[in-house]
Design a protein around this ligand. Structure first.
Ligand SMILES: [Ca+2]
Ligand SMILES: [Ca+2]
Length: 477
């Protein structure tokens, strides 16, 4: 698979494969390309200042039960939403229906936590045809299970009988938080599934699991889902030969990176394969970590010794030479529980090239340059006000971001909605007509100024939502 297959400009010329025809799909494309065309016209007329479009939000789905994630298969216009209680729903032309239900444990941060479609999902010649992967807490053992399923002949329904357990990760008894749960594929690599695990729970990682490379918790794992190195019928994966700890005595070969606490939401940049890991902090710092696409892995992100860029209060100790700090961390002034997002690769978005992330506890949303360089909150662009003023209405607890098949950016509201971040059409039209300089709306000015200044503009405000109650993925203890 070529990287360009992931580029938003690589427009599929046929309807999405592996799915039913999507009524309104062409209209969606038309709207997207109308926006892109208008943006191009605006850029021709006004140059870089055309980035001064405002943002809007559009309601994609509502009435969901504790949604935690949203994603689409490659070249598939449907959106699949993960609900904490074990249901995957498919949103198609504004209609939401059940795709799969899995029995899961749901206490505290347990639940159905991750979903990834095989890169070969729509390719009948691929071993991954119609295949997808889920990450959940199994209700009897309370262990983490990654299993694969396939869709039935009805592409809007999974075949529950197709379940194949891929890997099971033992969770400490009696600890219900820090299960992380994100899974994903790196663009251009159809064999290896990346799996984020938390430290297994409680405070201060009491068993020091994240720093123990003989354990799979507190890690980013990488396994080959197109191989089976194990005779057991319930262990079905291979260990990539180039994983960083392969051959190291006492270390698990599945490990790609370690020192993570609760990397609940992460993403690959679909343009270049860079990996963004948002690790939920304990009581002091929330952090964003970065692994370049060219890296062989092996990073130690510091937990439990380090919390963000500081020594973990109550644990402490200096960073060892192998530890890598975050590219950004933030204090309780900004939030309580980071929700990792995406580098925006929707060409029609003024946020193109920016990494957008949020905070579950404060409801605030920020953007930083998506090049992996070190950042500070002082130079981050806050999007909270402009997005909360969008057509979809104010956002609540942000449990995840999502990325559509053409790079569309979604926000998952734990209260039950998925909204899409879109350019404000009226603004795009004004710029296209060469009238952009007349646009002085209060919604437009802050973002345009900050964009032109490289976002070193007005500092962040201290507005915040009421702190949330206990949530999926999210307690600090
Ligand atoms: Ca096997
Ligand atoms: Ca860290």
């Amino acid at each position: 698979m070529l990287l360009r297959d992931f580029l938003p400009c690589h427009r599929p010329t046929t309807p999405p494969q592996g799915g039913l025809p999507i009524p309104g799909h062409d209209r969606h494309w038309s709207a997207t390309w109308l926006r892109a065309g208008l943006l191009a016209g605006a850029m021709a007329l006004t140059g870089a200042a055309s980035q001064a479009q405002a943002l809007d939000t559009r309601l994609l789905a509502s009435g969901l039960s504790q949604p935690l994630f949203a994603t689409s298969p490659l070249n598939d216009g449907r959106l699949f939403v993960v609900e904490k209680g074990g249901t995957i729903k498919v949103v198609q032309n504004g209609v939401t229906s059940n795709f799969l239900n899995i029995p899961v444990a749901t206490a505290s941060e347990q639940g159905l936590l991750g979903l990834a479609f095989d890169p070969g999902y729509a390719d009948p010649a691929s071993a991954g045809y119609r295949r997808f992967f889920v990450n959940y807490i199994e209700p009897t053992t309370l262990d983490t299970v990654i299993a694969s399923y396939r869709t039935s002949d009805n592409a809007s329904q999974a075949n529950a009988a197709s379940r194949l357990e891929v890997i099971r990760i033992d969770q400490p008894n009696g600890r219900t938080n820090h299960k992380a749960g994100w899974i994903g594929f790196k663009p251009g690599d159809a064999n290896n599934l990346y799996i984020a695990t938390g430290d297994g729970g409680s405070g201060n990682d009491p068993d020091n699991l994240a720093q123990n490379n003989g354990q799979l918790l507190g890690k980013m794992l990488r396994i080959d889902i197109n191989r089976d190195d194990f005779t057991s019928p319930t262990i079905n994966y291979g260990i990539p030969a180039n994983n960083p700890l392969v051959g190291q005595a006492g270390a698990r070969g599945e490990i790609y990176a370690n020192g993570l606490r609760n990397p609940f939401r992460n993403s690959f940049d679909r343009l270049n394969g860079n990996l963004w890991i948002a690790d939920v902090g304990q009581s002091s710092r929330e952090e964003i970590n970065f692994i370049s696409a060219s890296s062989p892995g092996g990073q130690n992100f510091g937990w439990r010794v380090r919390e963000g860029s500081i020594a973990t209060p109550g644990v402490g100790g200096p960073a060892t030479p192998d530890m890598v700090g975050p590219i950004l961390d933030y204090t309780r002034s900004f939030g309580f529980s980071v929700t990792g997002g995406y580098v925006v690769r929707d060409l029609s978005s003024p946020l193109y090239g920016q990494y957008v992330f949020g905070d579950f506890g404060s409801g605030r949303i920020f953007a930083i340059p998506g090049d992996g360089s070190d950042q500070t909150m002082a130079s981050a662009l806050e999007l909270t006000s402009i997005l909360n003023a969008g057509a979809a209405g104010p956002l609540g607890n942000i449990s995840s971001f999502g990325e559509g098949f053409n790079g569309e950016l979604y926000i998952v509201d734990f209260g039950g909605r998925v909204v899409q971040v879109v350019p404000e059409p009226a603004t795009v039209l004004l710029w296209a007509l060469g009238l952009g300089l007349l646009v002085q709306w209060s919604k437009v000015r802050p973002i345009s100024r900050r964009l032109r200044k490289g976002w070193h503009g007005p500092h962040l405000k201290e507005t915040r939502h009421a702190p949330s109650t206990e949530t999926p993925g999210r307690s600090r203890s």
